[in-house]
Design a protein around this ligand. Structure first.
Ligand code: HEC
Ligand code: HEC
Length: 396
């Protein structure tokens, strides 16, 4: 079993809610077109996740491993994250169930039009098929919505790695003036308190009915932490339970070859930045980002100098369009970029340069491109994107 390098978990779901929701401007408050959540009589088990790759995982232990700065995901800054510690100690299936409701509740936005699930659909591994997404007031986000693959294991979330944990991240979209537009903690807390279903859900999760910003953040973190995706075909092959086709095998060889270098950046079990505090992508100032030569001049410089988060490739088949700005519609187009489109940017990553400093030209044949794409498709986890426990409770 590999240790340490795997980084991803989870996903949410939210199909139906999306299709209907959009950007009409609505009233603030209880909204009459809104439905109430339908939940199982006993919360689903969010604590134990069966994975092909690593057997049975305990989500609470994963959270504690993160807090203790050991295990699979040492914190790059070497700090213990106090908020994550509180989230770990309070973790329960009831907390994750509350998080599921909050994730899909449009009441979390200023005008009841948008929930997290509006931009993060389970069937798409919690991405949204759009180049950029539309927020509560009809304005669009600056960047492409991201999928969720084992978010508990990341120390660097968002395209520019600006959030260090799911606790750090979880309320940012709620108060973002494009995404969900809530104006204050008090407004959020009061608004949720108007709904009779929240009192009992908070009580079950945290012991009393009190609704606080911190509890909201912790419940969302509980839900996000339960999103573990480790049942793809690739995981099954690694576990000796399935076999690659000849084409998939060829693609995997290219992916891990020095000719393509894909695995230097898309590394470990999450096919994301190698989470190594000592390595070039794990260093604190770099935070798992790289410049892949998309442009000579970037309109959006990401973390700086055109560097963006090295995204997890788990479920990548479902998460197009691709890159931070959604510029590539298909995986074939992404592979074409690496094959012959890399631009000579002064900060182009060394893994995409030849010895003379020029951008690499991998010049894949059409069979090689097909093989790489076939390999990338083995990273899709159909269990994860259909599991009811991540689905929209307002939709059924
Ligand atoms: C209007 C669309 C929209 C809404 C609503 C929204 N998101 Fe996002 N989400 C995005 C976009 C766009 C990004 C990438 C932003 C960036 O990198 O600057 C993102 C990124 C993320 C990530 C980072 C994943 C990673 O691997 O780094 C997480 C986690 C996330 N969102 C969770 C949430 C949660 C939880 C909510 C609700 C509280 C939410 N989002 C609401 C659009 C949205
Ligand atoms: C130098 C590090 C590096 C190397 C080498 C690299 N990638 Fe990437 N990859 C990235 C970064 C960073 C992004 C996001 C870039 C952006 O949005 O500006 C990315 C994006 C992607 C995406 C889009 C994912 C999404 O969710 O939008 C795919 C697919 C991908 N890479 C596949 C590959 C393949 C296949 C190879 C080898 C041919 C490869 N990468 C080599 C760093 C790298």
């Amino acid at each position: 079993m590999k240790q340490k390098t795997w980084i991803g978990i989870g996903a949410f779901v939210g199909l139906a809610a999306l299709a209907i929701s959009s950007c009409e401007s609505g009233n603030i408050g209880g909204g009459n077109k809104l439905t109430t959540p339908k939940l199982p009589s006993k919360a689903f088990d969010y604590e134990t996740v069966e994975t092909a790759l690593m057997g049975s995982l305990n989500v609470k232990h994963l959270l504690f491993g993160k807090v203790a700065n050991t295990g699979f995901f040492p914190n790059q800054q070497g700090e213990v994250d106090a908020d994550m510690k509180d989230a770990a100690s309070s973790f329960s299936s009831a907390g994750a169930q509350l998080g599921r409701v909050l994730f899909y509740d449009k009441r979390m936005s200023l005008n009841n039009t948008v929930s997290c699930g509006s931009c993060h659909h389970q069937a798409l591994a919690f991405s949204d098929r759009m180049m950029v997404s539309t927020g509560f007031g009809g304005k669009t986000t600056k960047r492409n919505s991201m999928s969720m693959n084992n978010p508990v294991t990341f120390n660097n979330l968002f395209w520019d790695s600006r959030a260090k944990s799911t606790m750090d991240l979880s309320l940012r979209p709620v108060f973002d003036h494009i995404e969900m537009g809530m104006e204050s903690d008090e407004m959020l807390e009061k608004k949720l308190a108007l709904e009779s279903y929240y009192g009992p859900l908070f009580k079950e999760a945290f012991g009393t009915e009190e609704i606080t910003r911190k509890r909201i953040a912790m419940a969302i973190t509980h839900f996000l932490s339960s999103m573990i995706s480790m049942n793809s075909k690739h995981d099954n092959v690694m576990a000796g339970k399935a076999q690659f086709t000849t084409l998939e095998k060829m693609g995997r060889e290219i992916f891990f070859s020095n000719r393509a270098n894909c695995s230097k950046c898309h590394a470990g079990d999450n096919f994301s930045a190698p989470d190594d505090p000592g390595g070039s992508y794990g260093a604190p100032t770099v935070a798992g980002t790289a410049n892949v030569g998309l442009d000579k001049n970037y309109a959006d410089n990401g973390k700086g100098n055109g560097k963006f988060r090295i995204p997890s490739l788990r479920n990548v088949e479902l998460t197009g369009p691709y890159m931070h700005d959604g510029r590539f519609a298909t995986l074939e187009a992404v592979v074409d970029h690496y094959s012959k489109g890399i631009q000579a940017h002064p900060h182009l990553d060394a893994n995409l340069k030849m010895l003379n400093g020029q951008p690499m030209r991998m010049n894949f044949s059409s069979e090689e491109k097909d093989a790489l794409v076939a390999f990338l498709r083995t990273l899709t986890d159909y269990t994860f994107v259909t599991d009811q426990k991540y689905s929209d409770p307002f939709a059924n």
